[in-house]
Every structure is written in structure tokens, then in C-alpha cells.
Design a protein around this ligand. Sequence first.
Ligand code: PBG
Length: 327
Amino acid sequence: MDLTIRPRRLRGSETLRRMVRETRVDAASLIYPMFVTDGKNRVEPIEAMPGQFRYTVDRLPEALDAVAEAGVGSVMLFGIPEKKDPVGSEAYAPDGVVQRAIQRAKLHMPELYVIGDVCMCEYTSHGHCGVLCDHEVDNDATLPLLAKTALSQVEAGADMVAPSDMMDGRVRAIRELLDQNGHADTPIMSYAVKYASSFYGPFREAAGSAPAFGDRRGYQMDYHNRREGIKEALLDVDEGADIVMVKPAMNYLDIVRDVRERVNVPVGAYSVSGEYAMVKAAAGKGMIDEAKIVCEMAVAAFRAGADVYLTYYAKELARYIREGRIG
Ligand code: PBG
């Protein structure tokens, strides 16, 4: 056979395959999302997300020890308050659950990088991501509350804030309030390109944040749209976002690539609760090899152009990387 070019030549051994690999994965790029809840001495399993838990603040330190031990250096915290009200007061209460969790985390492990998720839906009685006017989320009335929430988290010690609400103009509102209060150096990672997705189902069970009526399509993006993702990402960069995130990850890698090619800031990809739940369910039935699937999903996100990967599998991935099963 007269074949000059034989791609298989570079696939002949593991050493060679690793040598010419195009995508490498580093545990430093992983962020582990965690849930904290009011109360004492409880570690509650989240049914729809086997292996994930809601921690009361007093039980958070031991969970963070496990994160650090696994080799993950960064967490994102979601607060689930006992009391919810129409204006989500607990989201910006200085002694709210997430603020106390952030304080505790930084006290326990100052070197751990702690990111606060900024949104209202875990804190509002109606489960929407902002305050309502009739049956609609009022964009402009929500902005000051989001900014207050971000500031309260930074004052509690958060290293970074991550607004996930999808209100227009929130990055600018947050940036301005942080700057006015002496936090010009605190970065914002915006959930810039967040689609209205059914893949968030298990999270809403975890956070008790399913909307009481309607859905989130009035503010989260229509998943038929690709150009609009670029528009959202560029807008957030313009408003001062330091990192822009695409969410979900697995079914949205085309968007990760699009955004990567259009912005000069780091791009995040969030492998969401539904992705985690599907892998867990299939693995639990012995239908797939969990570790191999998790590695393949992670590499795919980085190959698509992600610089940062948020995943409930962060601890396992860090271990797989250390063991050379991925990388
Ligand atoms: C809050 C928020 C959600 C997620 C992250 N931040 C839920 C939602 O928008 O309904 C989803 C995360 C996941 O599914 O893992 N707005």
C-alpha cells in the first residue's frame, strides 16, 4: 500500500499518544460546587445527586478537608436558607447562611479559593432569580439586590463572586458596588451564557429552588440560540466580567468553542447537576464506566476551549489526574 501519511503512526504506544496529546487537564482548573444550609450538625444527602450533600456550616470544615485532600483548590458555595421570602432577604443578610459559610471556610482554610454564587432563587419564596413585578421578574429592581448580595459575600471573605441570575446589567451593577466599597481587585465570574435547561433539575431539588410558577425562560437563554450566546458573553466582558461561563457544559460545547473564539478572558464550562445525575444513574446500573466517562466529559470541555471546569466530580477528577488516568 502506498500511503505516505498514516495517522496511526502516532497512536502506537501510550508514551507516544501522551507526547502528542493536544489537550491536557490540570486539577488547578477545577472548581467544586457545594451546598450549605441553615441548621446544625447535619450532612444531608441530596437524593437526585448521589454522593453530593447539603452541609450545615459547622460541618463544612470536614468537607473542605476532603476537597483539599483530593487536590482541589477552589470551591463555589450555594446557600440554602431556612427562611425564604419574596425579596430573598437571606441572600444579602450579613449573617446569612452563605456568608457564614464563606467566613467559616476562609477561617478554616485561608488558602482555599472560595467563590460565592450570586443569585436570588435559593432565597426567594417563589423560587425565581429576582424580585417580582406581577408575575414577571423585574430586571432593574433586582440589580441592587444582586449587587448587595455580591458585596455581602465579598465582605464575608469570598475571593470571587459568580452571578448566575441572568438579569441584564448585573455584572456592571456588581462591579460598581464592589469598586465603591474598596473591592476593585475582587474578580467576577459571570454565568454569561446560561441556557434555560432541564439539566438543572437535580440542583433545584438540592436547593429547593424550583420556581413556584412558570419557568426561567424569561431570563435564561433559549437553547436554540447560538449567536445570542456570543452576544451575552461580549456584553458581560464589556460590563467587567473577568471570566465568562457557559452553562450547561456537555450539550453546549459548540457554544464554549464560539465564546472561546470571541473573548480574551478565561472561559468556564459548568457541568451541571443533570449531567452528574445521568452519569451516576447509568453508572449505578453498571451501564457505563463512571471514571472513564467523567474523564472523557472533562477533556471534551477543555478541548472545546474551556479554561475552567466546574463539576460535581471535581474531587474524583483531581484524583484521576494524579493517577494519570486522564491528562
Ligand atoms: C441559580 C443556579 C442554578 C444553577 C446554578 N446556579 C439553578 C437554576 O438556574 O435553576 C444550576 C446548577 C446545576 O444544575 O448544577 N440560579
